[in-house]
Ligand binder design. Sequence first.
Ligand SMILES: [Zn+2]
Ligand SMILES: [Zn+2]
Length: 387
Amino acid sequence: MTYKDCKIVYVFNEEFLKYDFGPAHPLRPERQLLTYKLLEALKFFEIDRIRLEKPEMATMEDLRLFHTSEYIERVKRLSELGYGLLDLGDTPAFKGMFEASAIRVGATLTAIRLVMNGICDHAFNFSGGLHHARSNQGAGFCVFNDIAVGIKYLKRNYPSIERIAVVDVDAHHGDGTQYAFYDDPSVLTISLHEDGRFLYPGTGFVSEIGTGTAVGTSLNVPLPPGTFNDAYLLAFNEIVPTALKTFMPDIIIQQFGVDTHFSDPLTDFMLTNHVYAKIAGTMHKIVHEICDGRYVILGGGGYNPEATARSWAIVFSKIAGVDLPEKTPAEWRDFCLKKYGIRTSDTIFDTEYHGPSSDKRKFLIEAVKRVVEEVKERVLPLIPERK
Ligand SMILES: [Zn+2]
Ligand SMILES: [Zn+2]
């Protein structure tokens, strides 16, 4: 089999747009539609081996796999009320919040099911990746943690799955997912993110390695503000493939937040979307090498909707093995402008970029090398090797 034969599913529904904290909130639900419209305009859904699927709603039983009944009831109550807060202020309640959140969890479960039942090799749900939510509280724009529910769902329904790995490349630490499985040796969580001393949620240090029998199954790579393409790829390539090839999971779930982009208003990374193509390419190769291609790709952060849509289209094209044209389709540019007043780039890959100065680059590369060395010395040797 060549990669060009892989079967791909893209889970999408306009219901995703209802996950909306209001016009002043930085999380823009329209990025889901912008991404879908871009893939549609690129005619990717006309390719035989690429399928568009509607998500199924997560049931109460599904949500209870990870979340407490009390918390689910609280979300329901606030959802009917239409106001209130799920955390200290980042995650306000809105009318219909329960359904809007449950469909996103359902979409991740749909993606998992289609991969596990052999309907496809790789499945995408860019509405998922809500990695901050805890079992008993919302956090950081995340109501339910679809990744944690998805892992519990895999463990309950597919006993052949003995090991699961999560690769989280969002600019923020994947704290909710990490702590959900902090004492579970069958789940390896890897998170590359901006150093918690500078960015929410303030955790994700190298010293967070898991507990009890799960020591070595929590891996964190905190990177300095200003991290740019070469520095980021150095960290990713030195650590992630080795960690995955040691742990040898049966399936990989990736949280593919793209708030690491240089244009992102909430974070301090300086990546261009070329990096996402490289990460996707590396991950695609790895999943075929180690877990029979079983790969679920979720979304996450990305607070410049236009850049997010182009970034996710690049991730999709790379994993699906389809070529991208140089230019963004005119019908997509028109759609973004007419419907949302958003001006878009003429090219899919970033062309305008002013990264750090060369002195700053040298400093950043050195800083990243130190983090990489620390992870190599203190964490990689602890990862439980698969016999
Ligand atoms: Zn493939
Ligand atoms: Zn984020």
